[in-house]
Write a protein that binds this ligand. Sequence first.
Ligand code: MD3
Ligand code: FE
Length: 210
Amino acid sequence: MPTLPAPTLPQGIRYLPDYFDRAAQAALVEDIRRVVEAAPLYTPAMPRTGKEMSVRMTNCGELGWVTDKERGYRYQPTHPVTGEPWPPIPQALLDLWREVAGHPWPPQACLVNFYSDKARMGQHQDRDESDLSAPVVSVSLGDDCLFRVGGTKRGDPTLSFRLRSGDIVVLGGPSRLAFHGVDRIYPATSTLLKSGGRINLTLRRVTASG
Ligand code: MD3
Ligand code: FE
């Protein structure tokens, strides 16, 4: 029998479409509203150039990922503007991690990315974590986006797919260091967020486990 080519997601990427139903998505949005009340979205800047990112960010968890012109990419326990500790990771996200991460330790960081209609994120690797054995678990809420993932070398062939509200992606194993980014947002493709836009949550281990 002739065989069809295997479905073409790079090894180590698990795509779980429609993982959260509408009610669960709405509850998560409420959780994130409370996080943003305690830890407001801020505009991160690239190391050295200070060029502002188009995505606004905040975090919850014991550590948060931040970047600015002077000190670059790093994890730290406090908000860069308010100086306050990050609020805790909502229980629903801790539950999600237990269900899908296949990792014995809970997440330490949850980065909250907010995309307006024009925002995008260039191709990059996530390599600011010391523990690369743990996966990254991603949750999409709100408008659809065009996500693109390649190999572990910049310039490797890439694959694009659409991420929708309620979708989960688990990035582990050989894909943990894959280049990836968000090429575009599809405005007004979801009614979940009253004023539109897209929220992406990424749950991570940061320090070597134990
Ligand atoms: C593939 N966020 O915050 S999530 C990021 O939609 C980030 O906001 C994107 O890239 C977003 O760093 C993509 C999906 C994702 C997250 C981490 C990955 C894909 C990944 C790590 C390795 C490979
Ligand atoms: Fe990333």
